[in-house]
Design a protein. Structure first.
Lengths: 206, 209
């Protein structure tokens, strides 16, 4: 069992590298050169696999404790103007609502394709359903103000709200986090401890 | 809720804010019902909180992108070349969607690759520390080969060492209209330092306490 598990990834890795070489055969020159340059590095990474990307639940990718949510929606007529004005009112800073969601690391709203579509992307702790439940329970009105600019948004209290989100979410194919094991709660506790230490060091050096 | 907004702690009326709220009400006049109702309910809270956040609004990360505190965002939606999606997916499959090499950059909080519109476009989105130019310089000097390997599959990629590389990136980047960071003053380096010292310090505090 052990030896078999050991052997299989190696063969799989070799096959993957072979496949990649074939795919890059007609890549631009600088891509081909780059591939040869990093293949050695890549192959060592493959035989020593990094922690795998897992699922955040019903949708989305997760690395360690950290998940990603990437939603792309068509905007309703007039939706872009409403949403922009709302975001401008807040100075592009959503902390009044967002800090209430204690698992939310970062969040962005990006208009594209001439204001006909919107990207909503966040980085959060743990499981998709729990996270969305937090949004629903803690900041339902913020969500409805924003999401009512989205084509077909049923309302956060509608039983179809989660299905709508899933329908428009696209799971990332690549996902990197610098400190994947650290939850927001842990980070904040550590930041507090760090402050205590700095204060202590200041005091004893006086 | 109603009573709360009428207490003495209500911030004084700011004419600029009131004007913006008025404009928002007009825009929401023909919004779907859920939006209109949410705006009225939400405005009570928003008005009270607006005065607090004016000091900590979204700033610029430099040539492109938004920044809050020390943390910036980079968002680019790029056209994929013919057959580029196959190569990109092949690369991501090989690394199992994981980028340990990205640690080398040192200022990168998180990064995602997302395929859009039937594999014709790629969303590349990151959260990073500090200023745009310094961040791109890090990519250029620390992981140039990985950059060429991935980005050669995107239309118009000039090559990481091309003099026009920064202009190309700026042209393809879309600045976020809103950007939120839970710990805007915590850099990757500081988070790593705290992760090292915090457990030992907590143990120490437990013992002396």
């Amino acid at each position: 069992m052990q030896t078999q598990a050991q052997k299989e990834p190696d063969r799989e890795a070799a096959e993957k590298i072979q496949k990649l070489r074939e795919l890059f055969a007609d890549a631009p020159e600088l891509g081909k050169t780059a591939l040869e340059n990093v293949l050695k590095e890549l192959s060592s990474q493959v035989s020593e696999p990094p922690p795998p990307i897992e699922s955040a639940g019903r949708v989305g990718a997760r690395l360690g404790n950290r998940s990603e949510l990437t939603i792309i929606v068509p905007l309703a007529p007039g939706g872009a103007a409403r949403l922009r004005t709302f975001l401008q009112l807040l100075g592009g800073n959503l902390s009044p609502g967002a800090t209430k969601v204690g698992t939310l690391h970062d969040m962005r709203f990006v208009f594209f394709d001439n204001d006909t579509r919107m990207l909503f992307a966040t980085s959060f702790d743990g499981d998709w359903d729990t996270y969305i439940d937090d949004f629903i329970a803690l900041i339902p009105d913020y969500l409805d103000i924003i999401d009512s600019a989205w084509e077909g948004w049923p309302g956060i209290r509608d039983p179809g709200a989660k299905d709508y989100l899933i329908k428009h979410q696209i799971t990332a194919e690549g996902w990197f986090v610098a400190n994947p094991e650290l939850t927001l709660a842990q980070i904040q506790r550590q930041a507090r401890v760090g402050k205590i230490l700095d204060k202590f060091l200041d005091e004893i050096s006086e | 809720m109603q009573a709360q907004t009428q207490t003495a702690t209500e911030p004084e009326i700011n004419p600029v804010v009131e004007q913006k709220i008025q404009r928002l009400r007009e825009l929401y006049a023909d919004a779907p019902e859920v939006g209109k109702a949410a705006l009225e309910k939400g405005l009570a809270n928003i008005r009270a909180e607006l005065s607090e956040i004016t000091a900590s609004g979204k700033e610029s990360a430099g040539r492109a992108g938004a920044r809050q505190g020390k943390v910036s965002e980079l968002t680019a939606i790029l056209n994929i070349t013919k057959d580029g999606a196959k190569r990109l997916r092949g690369l991501l499959e090989l690394t199992e969607g994981n980028f340990k090499a990205a640690d080398i950059v040192g200022t990168l909080h998180d990064m995602r690759f997302v395929f859009l519109d039937n594999d014709t476009r790629l969303l590349f989105a990151t959260a990073y520390d500090g200023e745009w130019d310094a961040y791109i310089d890090d990519f250029v000097t620390k992981i140039p080969t990985s950059m060429d390997l991935f980005f050669c599959n995107l239309e118009g990629w000039p090559g990481i060492h091309a003099p026009s590389i920064k202009d190309w990136l700026v042209e393809n980047q879309i600045t976020a209209d809103a950007w939120y960071v839970a710990n805007p003053n915590l850099t990757v380096a500081e988070a790593k330092r705290l992760q090292k010292i915090a457990p030992a310090l907590e143990e120490f505090l437990d013992k002396v306490g």
